[in-house]
Design a protein around this ligand. Structure first.
Ligand code: NDP
Length: 244
């Protein structure tokens, strides 16, 4: 029997961190699948380019900072205004800063904690009332394998990613009765702009062994396409070139 999947045509997905990397690839794949996407990030010119490329009938760009609860509410409000509903939220925006626990200044460490963890909480809080009112939906958080086990030179980053896993597990228990599925996707290294100059070096051969942003986009879409009787709570993924 062929595997049963669900169409996501005309569903409305709000997605943070869509100006680059995983978020950008995910927005593109979602539109290919017929979904409408509301894309958020700080670099407005990149988002506008995406909207132009994929069509304003499919994409709404929102210049926003995930560290702001108000900006996250604006992201969600745009979904309702432009497309009349919200079916899914994908908190994906994040930054990486590798190094020992005392290596970076307070400001950058705080920025990472506020973006990766608080930003996720603000996105979820903005979306859940709409998903609940609609009788269900999806929350797909892009966490990391760093959130499943710690690693040298990434203590604070891993902490933010563990926090997302704790959030996702708790939300799964809280929101299942409302028909809301909650997933944490945990990729190993992905070749994007992530941590370039703050732990990774453009052109380094190791990057060629990494996952590609499209691989993670495919995981997000696969989760959304699962029949509604199925929920994927955790998805860890590595490339064949990466040891676990
Ligand atoms: P990129 O650096 O390529 O993209 C990060 C995205 O996040 C950009 O669109 C950026 O947009 C956005 N962003 C960062 N800070 C903010 C902010 N304050 N407000 C709004 N948007 C923000 O990284 P990836 O695509 O690789 O990373 C996406 C997610 O995947 C992150 O959560 C990361 O932790 C996770 N991840 C990445 C892995 C990797 O190896 N690349 C591995 C495992 C997980 P802008 O700057 O325009 O605001």
């Amino acid at each position: 029997m062929p595997a049963e999947t669900r169409s996501i045509t005309d569903t409305v997905v709000a997605l943070t961190g869509a100006s680059a990397g995983i978020g950008n690839a995910t927005a593109r794949l979602l539109v290919e699948e017929g979904a409408k996407v509301v894309v958020g990030a700080r670099r407005s010119e990149r988002l506008e380019q995406l909207e132009q490329e994929l069509g304003a009938e499919n994409v709404a760009a929102v210049t926003m900072d995930v560290r702001s609860p108000e900006d996250n509410r604006r992201l969600v409000a745009t979904a309702i205004e432009r497309f009349g509903r919200l079916d899914s939220i994908v908190p994906n925006a994040g930054i990486g800063l590798y190094g020992g626990i005392t290596d970076h200044d307070d400001e950058h460490v705080a920025e990472m904690m506020e973006t990766n963890y608080a930003g996720t909480v603000w996105s979820v809080r903005a979306a859940v009332p709409h998903l609940r009112d609609a009788g269900g939906g999806d929350v797909v958080i892009v966490s990391s394998v760093a959130g499943l086990r710690g690693g040298a030179d990434e203590a604070v980053y891993a902490g933010t990613k563990f926090a997302q896993i704790g959030l996702a597990g708790s939300l799964d228990r809280e929101l299942r009765e409302h028909g809301i599925r909650v997933t944490a996707i945990c990729p190993a290294g992905v070749h994007t702009e992530f941590a370039m100059g703050t732990g990774r070096t453009e052109g380094s051969p190791e990057l060629e062994t990494y996952l590609r942003p499209e691989d993670v986009a495919h995981a997000v879409v696969t989760v959304l396409r699962q029949p509604r009787r199925v929920r994927t709570t955790l998805w860890a993924m590595w490339s064949m070139g990466q040891g676990s």
